[in-house]
Design a protein around this ligand. Sequence first.
Ligand SMILES: [Zn+2]
Length: 93
Amino acid sequence: MTDSTPTDAADLAHAAADCSERLSADDLASRLDAQGLASALARQRDAAAALHHKPGTCASCDAKCLPLAVYCDDECRAEHERRQAILRRQGRA
Ligand SMILES: [Zn+2]
């Protein structure tokens, strides 16, 4: 034990613990925010898709579906959202 004193080690450990506690709290908060934001965006996307699509047809493949349905099935919803995400990434939507 010549390279560090107990005080230095304790200070470092304390500083590291403080830092990681702050980071994990922020991290958790932003993760919760992101989840809330993601579901809010998902609802908004569904609402936007509902506005722009013809009732009774799938917003993704235009197949006939239930009168109030936006997509004919979960695969079409996933496919459509994937395409929208790509368009948004490319700045075209
Ligand atoms: Zn479809």
